[in-house]
Design a protein around this ligand. Structure first.
Ligand code: ADP
Ligand code: MG
Length: 710
């Protein structure tokens, strides 16, 4: 591993932007707002894409979806107002074909430029329109008759826009930053032999290639993120994140946790349960038991499909804390879910003489004061609650085990807030986090490198798998009959409305998802109420007050409502075993993991359950595959792998879930194949060159890592 002396990247990275011309205080502020604070950050502000302006494409040769540069003369101009302002400019060229340029946002002066016969050069991605191919909002310029209009000499990088900094300014700043790139050896942190082995360039070469790709660069590889220059950066970025998580874990393990053990209470709980544990539950509890017996803090993620029985495993873990004379806390993301846990835990634990306290937003006044006192003096052996558990006012007597359910719904900071409630700062509590959103193994390695992962990969016996069908929305009337029949038999039904994306194809229109979704649910509620006299219908959507939402959910849970019309807000963890039919509208718009979570609301009782995925034809290839996957399997792990393959990790791993800063160049779905390599490199670096590991973290993750480790 080469050690670098002065002029090291670490030193250079601190070089302030003010050294560059054109980066005055105003510009610097705008850049800082986007996380660009140094010259080095500019190197890593990479182009979003490239435009090949080195050639012109005849209009006849244009292909939908393939960006191209075109030159032609204006043949016709139409200005109108159909729902909104509209400008359409038809241009033609020597290839005797016509292309339409379409604008929704334009100024009058801009529209006036387009005169019949004017020469226009434009760049954009054609797609099929009403009258042949069209480009919506192309970049364009009008050429004078005598303009020789030379073509570009290299691929033109298009940078992600930064508010308040024009593209030309940004380009100039980046060009200056590149002039300050140190020689390859000084910049490089990865072992040269390894880079050669992988056929990857040095960091210096990679950066230069990406900012100034030569004319013959492989544009397809660049667009796909598979160019060696990109892979070089991706590798280092993934490595940095992985190292950062490993470091955090090492830091955590330097703290001391109370060793928890004992056989008696867990055994008594197991005896009292009306069911035996599944093999998977037993295995995972055994793993937890080993962790808890240690004096270094456990940090374990339990993944288990919806209905796999995570709660009981959490309760068993809590028994070890209680038997050791300490406290356990269980936090859930919604009040309803937390109440469900409270009812379960009290049902199981009170007969064992264990006191379970309750803290949630709605616990106020005397009840809250009482609960806080019990938590503080240790009378509360187990505490169940919502975010309210994480508030400052909550002081534990001796918190030894912090359990967080559906942890992806909490922020990492909240998890840490609960962790920091360990007894008097001497101990860090053990942490158990649970999720029903399985993470494919490959991802777990990077996203959760700081956690041990256990899987409850088996459902309790006697569950009948949910039968899933996909139906075109035209067959909606048949469903009304089916709902009537199910309700007549005393079954309960979910009707889930998802976003109807009317905003499609309208650039610049603000997202209105919650409103549109709520409206859709309202409409469905009215229609279903009218169509199903005698059926008790309730409505839940995200724009209702929390109390109203909960009242409706509770009525459904209590059997006072037969049909619950809801938006996707019902996704998380609610257990209504009597609900055995679910209809999901516009199912084609949802990702696999979301569909799977939704479907997990049914199939919790003994009755055969059905899930109907209603879709709006025609289906895209991707949507078809998703629905097909849902039809074929109920296995959350299979679905997670497929989801990753189809859609990428965006939804699987929000930053909320992982605490990872978002990646600059990496894309976990696309780049998952690099992860084994990443792990191997990390092992080697941590063992042999920890200082280099730190510099890699510093370069890519920087202060974020320090915060999370704090
Ligand atoms: P999740 O993993 O989705 O949180 P829960 O813990 O809510 O699942 O369990 C779902 C249901 O299955 C609960 O009613 C629970 O009592 C029941 N259950 C849990 N473990 C078993 C088991 N081993 N055998 C039978 N039923 C079980
Ligand atoms: Mg649960």
């Amino acid at each position: 591993m080469p050690e670098t002396g002065d002029g090291s990247p670490a030193a250079l990275s601190a070089e302030p932007l003010s050294r560059l011309t054109g980066a005055g205080p105003r510009v610097a502020e705008k850049l800082a707002a986007r996380g660009i604070a140094s010259v080095q950050d500019l190197w890593l502000h990479l182009p979003l894409r490239y435009e090949d302006r080195t050639r012109l494409t005849p209009i006849r040769a244009l292909r939908p979806g393939e960006p191209a540069q075109v030159e032609g003369r204006v043949e016709a101009v139409e200005r109108g107002f159909r729902y909104r302002p509209l400008l359409r400019v038809a241009i033609g060229d020597d290839s005797q074909a016509t292309l339409v340029l379409r604008f929704f946002h334009f100024r009058a002066a801009q529209a006036a430029q387009f005169k019949v016969g004017a020469r226009v050069r434009c760049y954009g991605t054609p797609k099929p329109g009403q009258h042949g191919l069209e480009i919506v909002h192309p970049s364009y310029r009008l050429l004078d008759e005598d303009d020789d209009a030379a073509l570009g000499q290299s691929l033109e990088p298009v940078y992600p826009a930064i508010e308040g900094v024009g593209p030309a300014t940004l380009r100039k700043l980046i060009a200056q930053s590149l002039e300050r790139l140190p020689p390859a050896e000084a910049l490089e942190l990865l072992p040269p032999a390894m880079l050669r082995g992988l056929g990857l360039p040095t960091l210096r070469e990679a950066l230069l290639t990406l900012h100034r790709p030569p004319r013959d660069a492989d544009l397809h590889a660049l667009d796909a993120g598979r160019h060696p220059a990109q892979r070089r950066l991706i590798l280092e970025e993934l490595l940095a994140h992985h190292l950062s998580l490993r470091r955090q874990r090492m830091a955590l393990q330097r703290h001391e946790a109370p060793a928890l053990s004992g056989e008696r209470l867990a055994a008594r709980l197991l005896e009292a349960l009306p069911f035996p544990l599944t093999g998977a539950q037993r295995r995972v509890f055994a793993q937890i038991r080993v962790d808890l017996a240690r004096t270094s803090p456990m940090l374990r993620l339990v993944q288990g499909d919806v209905g796999s029985g995570k709660t009981v495993v959490a309760a068993l873990a809590a028994m070890l804390a209680v038997e050791s004379g300490r406290q356990a806390a269980l936090a859930a993301p919604t009040e309803l879910l937390a109440e469900q846990h409270l009812a379960n835990l009290r049902g199981w634990l009170q007969p064992l003489g264990i006191h379970v306290a309750w803290l949630a937003g709605k616990v106020t006044g005397k009840a809250r004061a009482q609960a806080l006192a019990e938590v503080a003096d240790g009378r509360a052996q187990v505490v169940v609650g919502t975010h309210a558990l994480m508030q400052e006012a909550v002081v534990f007597h001796d918190l030894a085990l912090a359990i967080v359910d559906e942890q992806h719904r909490f922020g990492v900071h909240q998890r840490l807030a609960l962790r920091d409630k360990g007894a008097g700062g001497r101990y860090v509590p053990h942490q158990l986090v649970m999720t029903a959103t399985p993470i494919p193994r490959t991802l777990a390695m990077t996203a959760y490198a700081d956690l041990d992962v256990s899987a409850i990969d088996e459902l309790p016996p006697g569950r009948t798998p949910v039968q899933t069908v996909a139906l075109s929305t035209e067959r909606r009337p048949e469903l009304i009959e089916r709902i009537r029949a199910a309700c007549a038999e005393g079954r309960q039904v979910y009707w889930v409305c998802t976003l109807i994306d009317e905003a499609q194809d309208e650039p610049g229109k603000p997202a209105q998802a919650p409103r549109i979704e709520a409206q859709a649910a309202q409409t469905a509620y009215e229609q279903l109420t009218a169509a199903l006299p005698g059926v008790r219908v309730a409505l839940v959507h995200g724009r209702m007050k929390a109390a109203e939402k909960q009242a409706a959910m509770r009525a459904f849970k209590d059997g006072a409502v037969d049909l619950l019309v809801a938006t996707t807000v019902i996704e998380v963890g609610v257990d209504v075993p009597n609900a055995s039919l679910m209809i999901v509208e516009n199912a084609e718009r949802l990702g696999l993991s979301q569909l799977h979570q939704l479907r997990g609301r049914v199939g919790r009782g003994a009755a055969v359950s059905n899930c109907v995925l209603l879709y709006q034809p025609p289906l895209s290839a991707m949507a078809r595959q998703r629905l097909e996957t849902m039809r074929q399997t109920n296995d959350g792990f299979v679905i997670a792998e497929k989801d990753l393959e189809l859609r990428g990790p965006g939804e699987l791993l929000g930053t909320r879930q992982t605490g990872l800063a978002s990646f600059r160049v990496a894309d976990l779905a696309r780049d998952a194949a690099l992860l084994p390599q990443v792990r191997e490199m990390a092992d080697a670096l941590l063992a042999r060159s920890p200082a280099v590991a730190d510099r890699i973290i510093e370069r890519w993750v920087g202060g974020a890592a320090r915060y999370a480790a704090a």
